[in-house]
Design a protein around this ligand. Sequence first.
Ligand code: NAD
Length: 489
Amino acid sequence: MTLTEKDLLAKVPTKLYINGDWVDGHGEGTIAVEDPATGKVLADIANANEKDGLLALSAASDAQESWAKVPPRERAEILRRTFELVKARSEEFAMLISLEMGKPLTEARGEVTYGNEFLRWFSEEAVRISGRYGSSPEGTGRMLVTQRPVGPAFAITPWNFPLAMATRKIGPAIAAGCTMVVKPAELTPLTTLLLVATLEEAGLPKGVVNVITTSTSAQTSAPIIADPRLRKITFTGSTAVGVKLLEQSAKQVLRTSMELGGNAPFLVFEDADIDAAVSGAMLAKLRNIGQACTAANRFIVHESLADEFAQKMAAQMEAMPLGRGVDPETKIGPVINEKARANLKRLVDATTSEGGKIVTGGNAVVGEGYFFQPTVLNDVKPGSTILNEEIFGPVAPIVRFKSEDEAIRLANDTEYGLVSYAYTQDLKRGLRLIERLDTGMTGLNTGLVSNAAAPFGGVKQSGLGREGGLEGIHEYLETKYVMIPDPSI
Ligand code: NAD
């Protein structure tokens, strides 16, 4: 039986999840969650205020001690059972992601596979938290090093990957033995609510994960961050908000993980396989309708290839049907809201006034929803406004370079440092680029780097810490060292 949108939405919880109960919020009214392809309301959900935030923290804090004592294997099995349930219901999750966020169904399926993988990966990591024991250098003592859960954590997630951004934090917290308060973005909270209902079904004890949805993020979050019971904050979102949260976290000296904004350079050298580079560029630019922190933001292309690259990208973009994500023909969905769309128009206009040329697109699409034409801008001048801001939409500015040094200088000329992409068939050049590009991640001859088994994260103002990989669980663990006198003395 095919699932209807109505049946799916009827399954999604609309309340806060605190201490194992689905409860109403004390905030004003409810939050209307919109379909960005139509502007119509999908669901009205509970609105939390400061009181609810602190109730959620109390639940997490009260559950912390007993949760930390649950054997790692049991914690792992809850994650594994959740992974199996999400997998069995992957079409439901994909449709929900597509409805609330707007991405095409094929991409939403990709997010379910990717996001769910964090649950499997961390179910495997839970039982591999290790320590060490050895002699002190002078031989008079024994040194024991062990790992303990950090304690109650507060997770704040963005709207662009409603499942993956939640599992990337909830997975390692559960594996490490931390309890959590999760605050999803008010624009796309439904997927997190369905995920938490699934964790509950898989046997997660009450209080371990609590979810608050709120239209007043700053006011509701501040008292949680100021409360001495909280020990960690993990945030994915914009650098501007990340900086505010770091300032607030400093007062309690909280452990922090920050996955912030990006301004990814995508370099194409004269020796690149241009068709492979164009395919990689389409993926790095248009995944999530350009609304990814890893989205290629600046195409830095050798002058001998720039025009061909621009034409080939434009031709592929023009052949991609725009539409509602849940429509099977759709290759590009809407951007998230009118504000995001107006920002794209502002950036395109700024680029043309600064000397760049439109190869294709350049305008909002008239009609229902928040669609923007996929756009290629060629001959963009170094220093242009668009090169200094996160575009967050289907707009590709192309800058030319003459030499490798110039390309690297242009690529590193940003306060961000999340990911870079480079296309070259010269192995030595590839290795030089890996060493010289100031980013936490590099895609060498590929337009996609995300993988649950890899340490995801940035340098400079793109953040602190890593999510996924062997590193991911350590964000939720503290090292404890014990000195013991030599037992034979
Ligand atoms: P945002 O910073 O506006 O919001 C992120 C989250 O923070 C939301 O849940 C929002 O409600 C909440 N928030 C906003 N102000 C707050 C405050 N003062 N106190 C507490 N919470 C607050 O970002 P967004 O628009 O949701 O997401 C887009 C941004 O996220 C982009 O900059 C993108 O690059 C970044 N991002 C980064 C990664 C990464 O892994 N590095 C991944 C995805 C998105």
